[in-house]
Ligand binder design. Structure first.
Ligand code: FUL
Ligand code: CA
Length: 693
């Protein structure tokens, strides 16, 4: 009897001493550097170079280096701004497609040394890397292999030259946390494209910066997520299959980059690069078009909130400073994010899970609410579903939930559901797919005592590090300004009983400005600024600007048959959601495809505009074009020949193209010479317009 008792005692002791093992890692895993990188969440991109001074997005490489002449360059101001904005690093375009080097490279004759800035004695990379050290920021470099200036581009020697360039940068400015490789590959000065030697380039990076994260379309450190508008996929796996793929046109389709591959072979998380302005480079034309706070918050939720890091571009101005408008907006953004996620209402509250791994409290649900990423809740290996309930103790207002998987053990969750207790039962708030490092769900404010999270599907037992509940700042939604073909402006608002006020003289609308009550005529164009007020002005929306040129009231499409006429009419109906496209059937005429418009009166044109289709597709989007004008519709004068809309494939925003000198015209003709997609023999447009103001 005694013996048996002793045996039982011994085995119990042994059992409790034998701790439950943590789950084995699942699938492709992040390196320790990738985990660190993911925790950075938010950092700054800076596009700066000759384009800053020439109003271009893609320089041609033949620009006079003397144009680069910032008058008051202060890299410490950039670093200070980034730091105050809550960012963790700065990545700068050390060399963009025009080949201009922001440091005095030995391997190029197109650099700051040849510029007017500091009499050729300056080095932007030196100043910025020093400033980053001073402000405790990490430093990263963008280097475009595509080089429209270098005479060797397009020959085998160029690969070694680019490798030397990389070597120079990566061994001269201290630690580089991220090397950004642009996938764009176009023609160089000799009209040839380069076959890049990526193995060579990667080798140089790791030689000097073994811990650097290499960004490219397909990693290996992190990946492009398929667009430049700041929207990662709602489903976003950090794993990707890259075998057989390459950069640029050889990359997986953008929808794949956007969502990653479930069970992908490599860990290549998404980085969300987007500009705070319509373009990547500074232009005085966009000083008024810095993205609104509302827009930036939307980007935050669709980047950091969807398992991606946010790389927000803030272009440096011609003075060599971050413009006041951008820095003001960055501070508002920082404040709103910080306030929204200041108080985790779930922290330290009671939480119970449907199951706990080995019933071992080291893996218990309380780990979800301890504010420590390195402790997690998990279940037995065979368990693929499970839930936990957070008891808030009292009715609490919430509108955001933050979930985090413990990624050192891989990304596992395929779908999950969030519910709130309504007094009688749990009611679904949202059901979504992946979580990854961080997932934030946004929902209207509700009051509840209990929240239940259910993992519905997981590729291995779920491993969740944290769950947070918040009552985030709700911004009053912004009014929207639209103008129709006849020039009638409508201002709408989602706010209940708003008082909308607007101006047409560029000033900021106040409570004293004109009140919007009905659509008004505004065919000649200009800038309208609107703002919604509620509670007698106690609360207001942001100020929303909208700029218009001449309305296409009197315009008509010139075409032989009515079908084409009405189809082409979609390019001049003032509705960016309707698309004109030329015939695309088999055997149809190859490029050029053209659109001819009768303006109905003779005008003095300063330029034209082209809005590519805005429906998420890029079929027929024009890349190269020529533009003609005519006073009688028969004799055509070329104004712009064989030009290109720079970067329109990745950033399909409205293009505004000024002419070198004003042109008298009653007719215009836009001729599409090529599409953004190779071998596509048709053209499309959401809108075509003119600049007369
Ligand atoms: C693109 C480039 O072509 C753009 O000019 C910009 O630098 C963007 C970040 O990457 O591929
Ligand atoms: Ca934890």
């Amino acid at each position: 009897m005694k013996k048996v008792f002793l045996l039982i005692l011994l085995s119990t002791l042994r059992l409790s001493a034998q701790k439950t093992a943590p789950p084995a890692p699942y699938g492709a895993l992040p390196s320790p550097q990738q985990v660190e990188w993911q925790k950075m969440e938010y950092y700054m991109f800076i596009h700066f170079g000759p384009n800053t001074f020439t109003n271009k997005e893609w320089g041609h490489g033949d620009e006079d280096p003397k144009v680069f002449n910032p008058t008051r360059l202060d890299a410490r101001q950039w670093a200070r701004t980034a730091k105050a904005a809550g960012m963790k690093a700065i990545i700068i375009t050390a060399k963009h497609h025009d080949g201009f080097c922001l440091w005095p490279s030995k391997f190029s004759k197109h650099t700051v040394r040849e510029s007017a800035w500091k009499n050729g004695q300056g080095d932007v990379l030196r100043e910025l890397s020093d400033a980053c050290k001073e402000y405790g920021l990490k430093f990263g470099v963008y280097l475009s292999p595509w080089d429209r200036n270098h005479p060797a581009y397009g020959t085998p020697e160029y690969n070694q030259i680019f490798a030397n360039t990389l070597d120079e940068v990566l061994s001269s400015y201290g630690s580089v946390f991220e090397q950004w490789f642009d996938g764009a590959n176009g023609e160089g000065p000799n009209g040839k494209r380069q076959e890049y030697d990526w193995n060579l380039f990667r080798g140089v990076v790791y030689k000097h910066q073994p811990k650097a994260i290499i960004f490219s379309d397909i990693g290996p450190g992190c990946r492009w997520m398929g667009n430049e508008s700041g929207i990662a996929g709602e489903t976003n796996w950090s794993t990707l299959n890259t075998d057989g793929f390459g950069m640029g046109h050889a990359a997986p389709p953008t929808h794949v980059l956007n969502a990653g591959n479930e069970n992908g072979k490599y860990w290549i998380p998404a980085e969300v690069d987007v500009s705070i302005r319509p373009g990547w480079f500074y232009s005085p034309d966009t000083d008024d078009r810095v993205k609104t706070l509302t827009h930036l918050m939307k980007i935050y939720y669709s980047s950091v909130g969807r398992n991606g890091n946010l790389l927000l571009n803030v272009p440096v101005s011609r003075e060599g400073l971050i413009h006041q408008n951008d820095s003001t907006r960055l501070m508002e953004f920082r404040k709103t994010v910080a306030e929204s996620f200041k108080t985790n209402l779930a922290l330290g509250k009671t939480v119970t899970a449907s199951a706990v791994r080995g019933k071992d409290q080291r893996f218990g649900a309380k780990n979800l609410l301890d504010g420590n990423y390195d402790t997690y809740w998990t279940t037995d290996d065979a368990v693929r579903q499970g839930s936990f309930v957070i008891d808030l103790g009292k009715p609490t207002e919430i509108n955001r939930i933050v979930l985090q998987e413990y990624i050192p053990l891989g990304q596992r969750v395929k779908s999950f559901k969030v519910e709130a207790w309504n007094g009688k039962q749990f009611e679904t708030i949202d059901q979504q797919t992946t979580i990854g490092y961080k997932r934030i769900l946004v929902f209207p404010t509700l009051k509840t005592t209990k929240v239940r999270v259910t993992i519905l599907e997981s590729n291995a037992c779920p491993v969740l590090a944290e769950c947070g509940l918040y009552k985030a700042t709700e911004l009053l939604s912004n009014p929207e300004i639209a103008r129709n073909r006849q020039g009638l402006v409508t201002i709408t608002s989602e706010v209940a009983d708003p008082v909308i006020r607007y101006t047409t003289d560029g000033s900021e609308p106040t409570l004293a400005s004109t009140r919007y009550t009905a659509p008004f005529h505004y065919a000649k164009g200009g800038t309208i600024k609107a703002r919604a007020f509620i509670k007698n002005g106690a609360e207001s929306s942001e100020i929303v600007p909208a700029s218009f040129d001449l309305a296409p009231e009197k315009w008509s499409v010139v075409a032989s048959d009515d079908k084409l006429k009405s189809a082409a009419g979609r390019a001049i109906d003032s509705n960016p959601h309707t698309v004109w496209q030329t015939a695309r059937q088999e055997g149809s005429a190859k490029h050029p495809h053209e659109l001819v418009v009768n303006l109905g009166e003779t005008l003095n044109l300063k330029g034209f505009t082209y809005t590519p289709r805005q429906d998420g597709q890029n079929g027929g989007t024009i890349y190269q074009y020529s533009f003609y004008v005519s006073e009688n519709g028969t004799d055509w004068k070329p104004v712009l020949e064989k030009q290109a809309f720079a970067n329109i494939r990745n950033n399909p925003v409205k293009q505004e193209v000024p002419f070198a000198s004003p042109q008298k015209a009653k007719f215009i003709k836009l001729v599409a010479l090529s599409s953004v997609n190779e071998n596509e023999n048709w053209a499309s447009a959401a809108e075509v317009g003119v600049l007369v103001n």
